[in-house]
Every structure is written in C-alpha cells, then in structure tokens.
Design a protein around this ligand. Structure first.
Ligand code: NAP
Ligand code: G4F
Length: 363
C-alpha cells in the first residue's frame, strides 16, 4: 500500500509542485481548496482527474472542516502549506494573517490529536526565514535567534513554537522547515521576483512602459521551489522529527535580480541615483524602465536574509545548489516571455472578435 498525504494549500506555488512530486512517488494525494467566486486552480489543473489526486473544500480558519477532513482521509503525512503568505498584505490584514498562519497551525495539530492519529501521522509545517527578520547574525542557521519583523512573521513564529510544543508534549512527529525565499514560474505575481520577470517580459513586448519597485537593496537567498518541495518530503522521511533551514547559501539583491531578468529579455540596464531616486535605465535607448515607488516600502522590512543549509545537506543529503540563481531567473523569464506572447495572440483574437461584433458579422 502506498502512503497517503494531505496537503493544505495545494493550489499554491509549493502545494502544486509538492502534489506532483508525491504523485510521482506513488502517494495517494489529498489537497485542500477553498471556495471563491472565481475558481483559481490553474496550478493544479493538469493533476485533476488523476485517480490518486483528490480535492476537498476546507479552510484554515474552520477547525470543524479540518477535523472532518483529517478524520476521513487519515493521512500518513500532512504538509501544512496553507497560509496568507504575503508579508506586505499582513500589515493590512494582521488579524486574518494571525488566524490562518498562527491559530491555523494549532487547528491542524489538534485535529490530528482528536482523530487519534498523533502516533501515526507525520506533520510538516511551512515555516519561514522571515522568523529571523531583523537579523541578529548572517548567514542564518537553525541556532540563529529569531526576531520576527512583520505581522506575518509574528504569526509564523507562533506556528513554529506550537509545532515544537506538540512534538515535546505529545511526542508527535511534527517539524518545521525554515524555508528561505523560493521562486518559480508559478510564483504569485505580486512577489518581487515574479513581478520583475513578468514586467521585463511585458516591457520587451511593448505591453508595459515601466516597472515600479520598493527597496532595491533588499537581500534574499532565492532558490527554486521545485527543489525545495523535495526537501519538505525528506524532512518527513528522516528518522526523527527535527527542524531544518532550507536555503541555497547564496545571497542577491532585488537590484541584481532585476538586472539579470532584463538581461534575459535582451535589455541591459544601468543604475543611476540613490534611494527613492534610483532608476534602471536601458543602456541602448536611455529610456527609464525601472523606478522606485515608496508605495512598495514596508513599515518594517527584512533586508538581509542569507541561509546556511549545512544541516539539511549533511543530515538529509539534500542538494541546495541543484538549480542556480542564474538558472532560476532564466526559467522564470523564459516562462513569462512565452506567457506574454500567448496573451498578445489572445488580444489579437479579441480585437478581431470585437470588430466582427461591431460590424454585425457575429451576432
Ligand atoms: P502561496 O502560493 O501563497 O500558496 C498559499 C496556499 O494557501 C494557497 O493554496 C492558498 O489558497 C492557501 N490558503 C490561503 N489562505 C487559506 C485559508 N484561510 N484556508 C485554506 N487555504 C488557504 O504560498 P507558497 O509560496 O506556495 O508557500 C507555501 C507555504 O510556505 C506558505 O505557508 C508560506 O507562508 C510558506 N513559505 C513560503 C516561502 C516562499 O518563498 N514561497 C518561504 C517560506 C515559507 P488560494 O489558492 O485559494 O489562495
Ligand atoms: O518577494 P517578496 O514580497 O517576499 P518576502 O517578503 O521575502 O516574503 C516571501 O518570502 C518569505 C521567506 O523569507 C516567505 F515566508 C513569504 O511567505 C514570502 O513567500 O519581497 C522580497 C523583498 C522584500 O524586502 C521587499 O521589500 O523585496 C522587496 N521588494 C522591493 N520591491 C518588493 C518590491 N517586494 C514586493 N513584493 N514588491 C515590490 O515591488
């Protein structure tokens, strides 16, 4: 018999890659989705209909839905990925973020206990490098003190500690992966990397004039999401429950990411000015393509994330450099150049259709 896994947040970037990964390993995969007026299942559309892939409505704010689902599925492994995952949004919706990202974790742990699965079900909690926040040392490892620096990070801090508490109090196999930023062609479009690769592609195709960003000097340790979901699985296959830092061990600024993304669409940028006056200028034409907008500044910003993945490498045998920074940017740009080309083709068809309707050819 293959194992059964439950993924909360299966429609997200990580959930979709993890579902693919577990299906390939022969798992029976169950995922949670939430009701919304527009059905947004783009990332998992290719998995629907597979016999071992099952979707269920549930919400992290609704403990009854979680108890009922976990009792019915009786998973061997739970990957708790569902979250309000946008740091800037957490300043606007702090209470909701706490409900989902903090209390939501407690709801999953309690549901497992109430269903009598505490000694059989292993639980992975999607923790984050945002816990290091206003960093107290670089690079950051499993022993670096936490200093959360946003409502999102404070909520995730609760999640981290409640997982540790249940591990020690009830002897449950539950652990946190402290994941540094990981990106992909499926990344949400308002996170900085995807915002950049989409904008560079649209600018290249003449569909956008300029890209507005916040803090260009912010530093991140960016990896490829597809590589990171493998490590989530490895954490649950380890002989004992432990927390791990998952990162590449390499750090780049938002400015560097931007430079490379534009390079891959065929535009070389040079930077002029400082702070809010800094601009990214197309060397060939002199056009200003990137500007800073204080709208994207955060009340408190985390600016120096750099992970040390030594423990995951040594204990789990995980390769933190499977996909390099350069390859990651290239994958994302290639995807978005193709996406914009398809959008352009769609626009052309819509224009024609509008003309047809106007002329009364199609009624
Ligand atoms: P994501 O793309 O934003 O996906 C989040 C998932 O959570 C989506 O499926 C979303 O559903 C679901 N969700 C949100 N609120 C929910 C609620 N109230 N009830 C049920 N489901 C809900 O995030 P991701 O990048 O895949 O990240 C996965 C997890 O890792 C998150 O917990 C995130 O905080 C954490 N993390 C991410 C990174 C990173 O760099 N990507 C780094 C560290 C930690 P909808 O599709 O319906 O919105
Ligand atoms: O891409 P970001 O929004 O990601 P952030 O805040 O690091 O959060 C992501 O990674 C965390 C792991 O460390 C996850 F826990 C979390 O769920 C999420 O996946 O911003 C990255 C940096 C920030 O310093 C931000 O201030 O880029 C800076 N930035 C500059 N201009 C911008 C922009 N961020 C966004 N989203 N949009 C901008 O225009």
């Amino acid at each position: 018999m293959g194992k059964t896994a439950l993924i909360t947040g299966v429609t997200g970037q990580d959930g979709s890659f993890l579902a693919e990964f577990l299906l390939e390993k022969g798992y029976d995969v169950h995922g949670t989705i939430r009701r919304s007026s527009v059905d947004f299942r783009e990332r998992i559309a290719h998995l629907e209909g597979k016999p071992n892939f099952h979707l269920h409505y549930s919400d992290m704010t609704d403990s009854m839905s979680l108890v009922a689902l976990i009792g019915r599925v009786r998973p061997d492994e739970i990957y708790n990925l569902a979250a309000q995952s946008h740091v800037q949004v957490s300043f606007d919706s702090p209470e909701y973020t706490a409900d989902v990202d903090a209390v939501g974790v407690l709801r999953v742990l309690e549901a497992v206990r109430q269903c009598g699965l505490e000694s059989t079900c292993r639980i992975y909690q999607a923790s984050t490098s945002e816990l290091y926040g206003k960093v107290e040392e670089v690079p950051q490892n499993e022993n670096t003190p936490f200093h959360p620096y946003s409502p999102y990070a404070v909520a995730k801090q609760y999640g981290f500690w409640i997982v540790k508490e249940y591990r020690e109090a009830y002897n449950m196999f539950c652990c946190s992966g402290i994941l540094f930023n990981h990106e992909s062609e499926r990344r949400g479009e308002t996170f900085v990397t995807r915002k950049i690769t989409l904008a560079a592609s649209r600018i290249r195709h003449g569909k956008q004039d300029k890209l507005y960003l916040g803090n260009l000097s912010s530093l991140r340790d960016w990896g490829y999401a597809r590589d990171y979901v493998e490590c989530m699985w490895m954490i649950l296959q380890h002989e004992k429950p432990e927390d791990f830092v998952i990162a590449t061990g390499e750090q780049h600024s938002v400015r560097e990411f931007c430079q490379l993304a534009f390079h891959y669409v065929g535009i070389e940028l040079e930077w002029q000015g400082e702070g809010a006056d800094e601009k990214g200028i197309d060397k060939a034409t002199g056009r200003v393509l990137v500007e800073v907008s204080p709208d994207f500044y955060r009340p408190t910003d985390v600016v120096n994330l750099w992970g040390d993945p030594s423990k995951a490498k040594r204990v789990l045998g995980w390769n933190p450099q499977k996909t390099t920074f350069d390859q990651l940017v290239k994958i994302m740009v290639q995807h978005d150049m193709a996406k914009v080309a398809v959008e352009n083709a769609g626009d052309a068809i819509r224009i024609n259709l509008a003309e047809y309707l106007e002329k009364g050819i199609v009624k």
